[in-house]
Write a protein that binds this ligand. Structure first.
Ligand SMILES: Nc1nc2c(ncn2[C@@H]2O[C@H](COP(=O)(O)OP(=O)(O)OP(=O)(O)O)[C@@H](O)[C@H]2O)c(=O)[nH]1
Length: 310
């Protein structure tokens, strides 16, 4: 069993570790169950939509002196919509930004279907990769070993873990591994802000997705969305203010569009999806601001998800 707040015995001077783990797996592999078991704060995003392409923080676990941020990169395996190459690349981008990529496989299902496709895609991902065979409570040990061998034949996994997300078996070893191998460095998120994170971040991702869908040819990667204000209103609606940051004035013009048409259609699409997900009326206000070189500034990255309050 994993102790979510298992940092009591760590000497104050011990170096902290932190990092992003991209958790990849076919639908039903057990990603949510695993993150809910490991994460101190439940931040699984409640989304009724499947097959989206955004990378989302699913949960944040603290183990010993490490903070482990689990990211989700849905939409990698079966882009049902007519996604172009850039979109698929963007979905894998979640994995590429991670310190570690963890492939979760339902041992009972094995390599059939999506798992096979994911293994193929993983070949192009340069990060350190681990294999997690889940649901070991459902299979015979000999079948488990066969599966581990078959998967390791395709990809050079750094380690293979055999776990059950429901019983917790093997999860302690997995957490020890994360804590030991993630890079040394300060934590990305202060503990007390974790619970505030998911909806604001999800809202920002949704707007970024709409922006990307409409403008990706003109505005390649030079944008970033932050949710600055989130105000629940008495009438049951929510007022959300977001800033779209771009690098140059010329990009700001593109983001706004002629007579504000681009930003308007982005706003409409984002608001529609947000109110579906939140199941409440949404008033969305988008602003476009120029912030030079944000993409090069590591401090910005660290702050992402924190800088919500204006
Ligand atoms: N027997 C057993 N069942 C498990 C285990 N882990 C997860 N499950 C079950 O598998 C099903 C799918 O688990 P989820 O955690 O929802 O899977 P997921 O990968 O998050 O699925 P998506 O959100 O659709 O991508 C659920 O019914 C879980 O209870 C396990 O270790 N053993």
């Amino acid at each position: 069993m994993t102790d979510n707040q298992d940092n009591a015995n760590v000497p104050a001077e011990a170096a902290t570790h932190s990092g992003f783990v991209a958790l990849i797996g076919a639908t039903n592999a057990g990603k949510s169950t695993l993150v809910n078991r490991l994460a101190g704060a439940k931040v699984s995003i409640v989304s009724h939509k499947v097959q989206t392409t955004r990378a989302i923080v699913r949960g944040i676990a603290i183990h010993k002196n490490a903070q482990i941020v689990f990211m989700d990169t849905p939409g990698i395996f079966k882009p049902r919509r007519r996604l172009d190459r850039a979109m698929v690349t963007s979905a894998w981008g979640g994995a590429k930004d991670a310190d570690l990529v963890a492939l979760l496989i339902d041992s009972e299902r094995g390599l059939r279907g999506d798992a096979e496709t994911i293994l193929e895609g993983l070949k192009d991902v340069p990060q350190r990769k681990i294999l997690i065979l889940n649901k070991i409570d459902r299979v015979r040990p000999e079948d488990l070993l066969k599966l581990a061998a078959a998967a390791n034949e395709k990809i050079a996994f750094d380690r293979t873990f055999m776990i059950s997300a429901t019983t917790g078996s093997g999860c302690g070893d997995l957490m020890d591994y994360f804590a030991e191998t993630l890079p040394e460095g300060p934590w990305y998120y202060p503990e007390d802000q974790i619970s505030d994170l998911p909806m604001r971040q999800l809202a920002a991702e949704i707007t970024r997705e709409k922006l990307f869908l409409r403008l990706h040819q003109e505005l390649p990667y030079a944008s970033h969305v932050e949710t600055e204000k989130w105000e629940e209103r008495k009438d049951g609606s929510v007022r959300i203010e977001q800033v779209i940051y771009v690098e140059r004035d010329s990009q700001k013009k593109i983001a706004l569009g002629k007579n504000g048409e681009a930003i308007k259609s982005i706003s409409i699409a984002a608001r529609k999806e947000l109110s579906e997900i939140l199941e409440q009326p949404v008033h969305l206000f988008l602003f476009v601001k120029v912030r030079e070189n944000w993409g090069d500034d590591p401090e910005r990255f660290r702050e992402m998800g924190l800088d919500f309050h204006s």
